[in-house]
Design a protein around this ligand. Structure first.
Ligand code: CMC
Length: 435
């Protein structure tokens, strides 16, 4: 069980209807203090109102820290820049799950534990045939990942730590296989089995891009770029999909069902779907001379159009993931010989103009991770519809780490927000003949 590390650091007083109420204040390691309002409703008989949770800490967590004003992102205390430069995705998985970087033996054991689970139950392959060939990979992922709980009954008891661990390993290991199968199904090619002598990311590339009729050679520069992209997406504190996973898990649902819920939430264009939306937007803009027209639309309050890949709920300074993504974008385009890619020119010019524009500057709207990820993933050979599925693959470890942390938290309760009701007051039913 996890021990609370909240440090008492004073109290806050609320005056309501001429009465004063004190609430404890706690500090964490970094970031703003929190006012503990758990007893507010019991003592004062009011709720707080915070749609979108802009001022609410929903849990205590040791995993990821974001300083949105300074543009800092830490996984277990390590900065995303250092991890992106020096680590590997599988090592980051270990770090997120266990809290510390592994030594050589721990890493080898973890690698083995994940590798042992890369295949999916053969019957699961039959599920794919139920989907239309043109189904969106995220639709397939929601269905197939949800279906995992019907195959792996020996790892759905959330009260057994060993079963939790096996479920975690299974999810991390099988997600590349499931995502690659979704892709293969959509293009009408045979599924490619995992090859456990390859690394995690190389294995995924082979399952996605190879065909049985041809030899497939991994390009190490492209594999490194994709591995880094996975690191950048691995966790991001209590974002919408992670909160969805936690909320689903708070009722005691099994981890496979919870991750399927996270995938569903991630799909939306304001969240994980933004990488797909950003690339489509760049394609729609097409050429540098059309940028002013789109900037104008983004600023028009009567137009719903937004610059996709711009803005973030938490980052009010440059998204640190976007910087690392831009580096990978250049590496990949150079490697595949697309240095003069027209969309890259559009993206760089759009970024330059937006960063000087009063509207974007005053609202602190900077490029986020999704701004350059679409161009990079496209150059790596992925179709646009796979972009969010790749995000889901990489975020699975974050969801699982957060889910495990929640289950191991002795203060965990079922998530149950309240509301302010503004509907009709109680009224009597009128028979239809009298209405
Ligand atoms: N283009 C133009 N205006 C924008 C944009 C944008 N991309 N983003 C925010 N604004 C404006 C918005 O119109 C609002 O203006 P006003 O105050 O005049 O009403 C103001 O900025 C604040 O916007 P908000 O919607 O209240 O901010 P939020 O924190 O609720 O939304 C966001 C954050 C990421 C949903 C939003 O910035 C957005 O829709 N961006 C485009 C989608 C996108 O790139 N999403 C990926 C996020 S990063 C990956 C991930 O975590 O999934």
């Amino acid at each position: 069980m996890r021990e609370s590390k909240l440090k008492p650091s004073g109290s806050a007083t609320l005056t309501y209807e001429n009465k004063k109420y004190d609430f404890p204040v706690y500090s964490g390691t970094e970031g703003p203090n929190v006012i503990d309002i758990r007893k507010l409703y019991g003592e004062v008989d009011v709720f707080t109102y915070d749609p979108g949770f802009t001022s609410t800490a929903s849990c205590e967590s040791d995993i990821t820290f974001i300083d949105g004003d300074k543009g800092i992102l830490l996984y277990r205390g390590y900065s995303i820049d250092q991890l992106a430069e020096h680590s590997s995705f599988l090592e980051v998985c270990y770090l997120l799950l266990h809290g510390n970087l592994p030594n050589k033996k721990e890493m080898a054991d973890f690698d083995r534990a994940i590798t042992m689970h890369t295949m999916v139950h053969d019957q699961l392959s039959a599920f794919y045939r139920g989907f239309r060939r043109d189904a969106h990979p995220m639709a397939i992922m929601c269905g197939v990942v949800g279906a995992l709980s019907s195959f792996y009954h020996d790892s759905t008891d959330i009260n057994d730590p060993r079963q939790r661990e096996i479920a975690s390993h299974r999810l991390i290991a099988k997600m590349p296989t499931i995502a690659a199968m979704a892709y293969k199904y959509s293009v009408g090619q045979p599924f490619v089995y995992p090859l456990n002598s390859l690394g995690y990311t190389e294995n995924f590339m082979r399952m996605t891009f190879s065909v049985p009729a041809e030899e497939y050679k991994i390009n190490p520069i492209l594999a490194k770029a994709l591995d880094t992209i996975f690191i950048l997406h691995a966790d991001h504190e209590q974002n919408a999909s992670t909160s969805t996973v936690r909320l689903a898990g708070s009722s005691g649902a099994n981890p496979f069902a919870c991750i399927a819920a996270g995938i569903a939430c991630l799909w939306g264009p304001a969240h994980g779907g933004a990488n797909e939306a950003a690339l489509k937007m760049l394609e729609e803009i097409g050429t540098v001379d059309r940028i002013p027209e789109f900037i104008k639309r983004a600023k028009d309050p009567n137009d719903n159009f937004r610059l996709m890949g711009f803005g973030h709920r938490v980052y009010k300074n440059y998204d640190p993931r976007a910087k690392a993504m831009q580096v990978q974008c250049h590496n990949v385009l150079k490697e595949v010989g697309h240095e003069n890619d027209e969309l890259l020119k559009v993206a760089m010019e759009l970024e330059r103009i937006a960063l000087q524009d009063d509207y974007f500057v005053s609202k602190k709207l900077y490029p986020n991770i999704d701004f350059y990820s679409g161009i990079t993933l496209r150059a790596l050979g992925f179709p646009v519809s796979m972009f969010t599925a790749l995000f889901a693959l990489a975020r699975t470890v974050g969801w699982i780490a957060q889910w495990k942390e929640m289950i191991e938290d002795p203060h965990q309760k079922i998530g149950r927000p309240r509301q302010i009701y503004t509907g009709a007051a109680q009224r009597d039913y009128i028979p239809i003949s009298k209405r």
